[in-house]
Write a protein that binds this ligand. Structure first.
Ligand code: UDP
Length: 382
């Protein structure tokens, strides 16, 4: 397709991310597929992004993720400064056919203010939409078009947003089609940022009760490494104590982490992540929220790892109960189901991922949306 797209990934993490990074992983998966289909991509991201693109726009040399969850005054300027740079770029040049935006709230707010001066915008909703009721509940969907990342996410969206959205595009992973990991371990794994929503405390409680080894992988707030977190927790004056995810780990998870049955390995990345994840007996998602997209879920399936979790958010849409995983309504039921998780065939998980969650399928769907957004805008202008 003969298009130039400004892909606005945002100011938080590099693309691809060095470890954890949900949205940045989506962008890193999508862009090569778009470019192989003839789309020119101008990436607006942070300076240490290494993704191959046609051009770059950046304001920050490195990701500002460590600032997230700091007080409002220390965080809010960051996406605004990033968007100011994007707007300056859009004003400077006229060759951008479409902005594909991934920046929470600030992206659509600023880009819609450009009005007819700016190119058409597709804003992908990566979030639990209950999180911003005052914004997404009131936001006029006529200037900025939106798409969700799952049916269940849009079903829970404020009515105006649900009605104006162009539908949803499931997340994908380049791991779909990779070789299977041969040496399976005995452990279960939770892959994701360590926070109450992802339910690591439930996973740890269950595994300890059942005597199943558990590995927790992912950052605790801005901290990637267990030794670093130990130093934080030892120092009562360390400012990280104010971080809600640090408080969650210290208050609800640390008591289970014995370094033997339950281990927290910090953030993992690249081949190390794929090996650790791919060798797990199952991936656990004891969700305490309605997870909207679930990159880590499709990654588990692609690696041939059955999924076990609570039936919430996107899980029932991605995981077929009894075929690619087991889903429960309560923690007690989940404990029971874990005894049967070995009945799920890893090869079946891989084959479903190869059918449903490939980067190519995601890119084709986005190209349809790009077409729709650019042609509606042309019609509006004529
Ligand atoms: N991730 C990673 N290393 C970790 C923990 C997570 O690479 O130690 C990745 C994980 O594989 C997934 C992403 O971070 O690609 C998390 O995205 P997801 O959509 O699952 O969660 P969210 O965006 O809600 O945090």
């Amino acid at each position: 397709m003969n298009l130039t797209v400004l892909m606005n990934s945002g100011p938080w993490l590099a693309v691809p991310p060095a470890g954890y990074g949900g949205i940045e992983n989506v962008v890193a998966t999508l862009v090569p597929e778009l470019r192989s289909r003839g789309v020119r991509v101008v990436l607006a991201a942070v300076g240490d992004s290494t993704l191959e693109v046609d051009e770059r726009v950046e304001i920050y040399p490195e990701g500002r993720f460590p600032l997230l969850q700091r007080p409002y005054n220390q965080v809010m300027g960051v996406p605004h400064a990033h968007l100011a740079k994007v707007v300056a770029e859009l004003r400077r040049r006229r060759d951008i056919d479409l902005v594909h935006d991934h920046v929470e709230v600030v992206g659509p707010a600023v880009l819609s203010a450009l009005g007819d001066e700016g190119p058409p915008v597709l804003h992908t909703l990566h979030w639990d939409l209950g999180k911003h009721p005052h914004f997404y509940g009131a936001f006029p969907g006529d200037r900025i078009r939106t798409n969700g990342v799952s049916r269940s996410q849009l079903e829970r969206a404020p009515a105006a947003l649900r009605d104006s959205a162009l539908g949803f595009v499931h997340l994908a992973t380049p791991l779909a089609g990779c070789a299977p990991v041969m040496d399976k371990g005995e452990y279960l794994v939770v892959m994701g940022r360590i926070c109450h929503l992802k339910g690591q405390h439930v996973a740890a409680r269950l595994c300890q009760k059942l005597g199943i080894p558990l590995v927790l992988a992912g950052p605790v707030g801005p901290v990637d490494d267990p030794d670093e977190l130990a130093a934080v927790l030892d120092d009562p004056d360390d400012p990280h104590h104010a971080n809600p995810d640090v408080r969650y780990y210290a208050g609800s998870v640390a008591r289970y982490v014995d370094g033997d049955m339950v281990r927290w390995v910090g953030s993992v990345t690249g081949e190390e992540r794929d090996r650790l994840y791919g060798a797990a007996r199952a991936a656990l998602f004891p969700l305490q929220w309605d997870e909207p997209g679930g990159t880590a879920v499709v990654e588990a399936l692609a690696l041939g790892v059955p999924v076990a979790g609570l039936r919430r958010g996107v899980l029932p849409e991605i995981v077929e109960h009894g075929r690619t995983g087991l889903l429960a309504d309560t923690e007690e039921e989940l404990a029971e189901l874990l005894g049967r998780i070995d009945q799920i065939d890893p090869e079946e998980c891989r084959s479903v991922a190869r059918e449903r969650f490939t980067p190519g399928a995601m890119a084709e769907r986005y190209l349809e949306l790009y077409q729709e957004v650019t042609s509606t805008r042309r019609r509006d202008r004529s």
